[in-house]
Ligand binder design. Sequence first.
Ligand code: DGY
Length: 322
Amino acid sequence: MTKPYVFITRKIETEVLKEWTETFEVKMWEYEERPVPRAILLEEAAKADALLTMLSDKMDRELLDVAKNLKVIANLAVGYDNIDVPSATEKGITVCNTPDVLTDTTADLAFALLMATARRIVEAAEIVKEGKWTGWSPMLLAGHDIHHKTIGVVGMGKIGETVAKRATGFDMDILYHNRSRNVAAEERLGARYTSFEELITTSDFIVCLTPLTNETAGMFNKEAFMKMKQSAIFINVARGAVADEEALYEALVKGEIAGAGLDVFKQEPIGPDHPLLTLPNVVALPHIGSASVETRQGMIMLCLDNITHVLSGKQPKTIVKL
Ligand code: DGY
């Protein structure tokens, strides 16, 4: 009997893969830093029973149409906006993601980015390393306080709630906006539900954690940035396309808002000549929300478990439902 064929779209390392080759035929794209070219992905998808994919792999209708044997896509991310889930579901292909295992790690990064942006940590570290520190001075790299300020979380799912939990340690007032009320967060953390309008006009820190959908694409637009306080700091750890980057740049240059901490961009990797990267009040990271060794191992294990489950006729642990 031939073994089911699993294609892994990026080089990953884990002990378990050795055992796996007894049950499955496994092939992996050899490079860690470089995504698999589209032509190879299409070729592999046409043969594979399972794909372990990255958020940078576009799993669209064209790909799903050639994937005649495909039973499961296990995406190494909680977000799945790279996958055409309705088409996959229509074709009987199970889509899995990696929720829960990355919640705390991603919330840690969101809060670290908020702090780094508010307290100008990156700028400060650079002047020391570049030998530009001429001595202590009263207002040298004075930033914004975080404690006792108002944080507004847009997208109060598990990660949003966990960011809000961290904010309680800084005695912050917590506002949130979400598709539906998160009563648990209200009761446990004292978070208050507001309209999007109220949140953006009254928060000192606006933290975007909403998934990218047709409804949320571009929701942080020119009007939204104009309504924010001039002292507001915008943090995006969700998906780049939720914000209009040109409008964000304008708002930062005109002083309509005070700063931005960005872990995600519309185009990833962002080009080194992107205007946002020229601004000192922007802290830019290379989409590392869930990037701790422990969490990435947990995400890989979850993807492998989901594939094993689906290929042996069992329910996967974390399925994406339409
Ligand atoms: C995800 O898993 O969707 C996050 O963007 C990872 O940082």
